[in-house]
Design a protein around this ligand. Structure first.
Ligand SMILES: Cc1ncc(COP(=O)(O)O)c(C=O)c1O
Length: 322
């Protein structure tokens, strides 16, 4: 990062940003890409570039876009949302089809369902991965209903490593993909939106209007390039460590883990009702950071700073926190 060659990314001439964008576009099998500051901004520009106010996006009921982005889809894009049920975060293509409403033919009653969003891996699903068949079928549903299709691929490389499918194959039939560099890939900041040149040039304008143009952004893009070189294949280590933690905690009488959820780098742990905050502080006292999700569940995530010894320490910490 310190030795990154930089320019001015608002003027479009930062060589390190250009390198990162071109690499990710190529890896995803798409024409173009746009470096942005966060996964939230990446989703926001994707939605704004592919919808009109009065449209509706279709997304899973616990998706990040719906739950954790401050209602940005409504405030910044003026769209409503149709929520789709899921099993462990994975939507059924038939349910997606049922959720698409069209303005035309509704006597003006319905919003216009125009964009289908799929989160892979699914965060609140437990870090679960879509099968290729389901990904393809949902993209087909989108096309048949005249909708664009978007992957919130904050952790798409985790999905790729866990399923053995190349990211370009996972994303083949999708119009846009948002990828976070700052999660499992280990960079300190940044996300990249990938898609057609035409869509990306619209997203570029929205990034500017959202205040997301960054000048000497090569300093942070350099970490993204490093992550693509060094931190993809090693994601399987995070997955193995998450699995070991999950299996150990599941054995403890005070906690429950749905082991079928544990497919990548996340472990959602159930505890007694009302006990989540207490559990997080007991773990914290022992140097283990976890996140309370609701009254009775917390989330632990493995990443490139977490070693096998750390997993042993975390298991001990859970034992003591019972
Ligand atoms: C699935 C998913 N999408 C998007 C985001 C947003 O990323 P950021 O925190 O960089 O805005 C997150 C963050 O946790 C996420 O889990």
């Amino acid at each position: 990062m310190a030795s990154a060659r930089v320019g001015d990314d608002v003027l479009g001439d930062d060589p390190t940003v250009i390198e990162l964008q071109e690499r990710l576009a190529q890896m995803l099998g798409k024409e173009s890409a746009l470096f942005v500051s966060s996964g939230t901004m990446s989703n926001a520009t994707a939605i704004r570039a592919q919808t009109e106010p009065g449209d509706e996006i279709i997304t899973e009921a616990h998706s990040h876009i719906y739950i954790y982005e401050g209602g940005g889809f409504a405030a910044l894009s003026g769209v409503s949302v149709a929520l789709v049920p899921s099993v462990r975060g994975i939507m059924d293509p038939d349910d997606v089809a049922k959720a698409v409403r069209k303005g035309d033919g509704s006597l003006g009653h319905f919003p216009n369902g125009s964009m289908v969003c799929v989160e892979n891996t699914s965060n609140r699903g437990g870090g679960t991965c879509y099968s290729l068949d389901t990904m393809d079928a949902i993209a087909r549903v989108a096309r048949e209903n005249d909708c664009t299709s978007h992957i919130d691929g904050a952790r798409i490389f985790n999905a790729s490593v866990a399923t053995g499918q190349d990211v370009s194959r996972i994303a083949r039939d999708y119009d846009s993909i948002s990828i976070c560099l700052s999660k499992g890939l280990g960079a300190p900041v940044g996300s990249v939106l990938v898609g057609s040149s035409e869509m990306i040039s619209r997203a570029h304008r929205w990034r500017k209007m959202f205040g997301g143009g960054m000048r000497q952004a090569g300093i942070i893009a350099a970490a993204g390039n490093y992550a693509l070189d060094n931190n993809i294949d090693r994601l399987s280590e995070d997955h193995n460590r998450a699995r070991r933690l999950a299996e150990a905690v599941e054995q403890m009488p005070a906690f429950s883990v749905d082991l079928e959820q544990v497919q990548t780098n996340m472990v959602y742990i159930g505890c007694e009702d009302g006990g989540a905050d207490r559990l997080v502080s007991r773990l914290s006292e022992q140097g283990v950071d976890a996140l309370a999700i609701d009254e009775c569940s917390i989330r632990a995530v493995t990443h490139l700073h977490i070693t096998d010894d750390d997993i042993d320490r975390a298991i001990n910490a859970f034992e003591k926190a019972q």
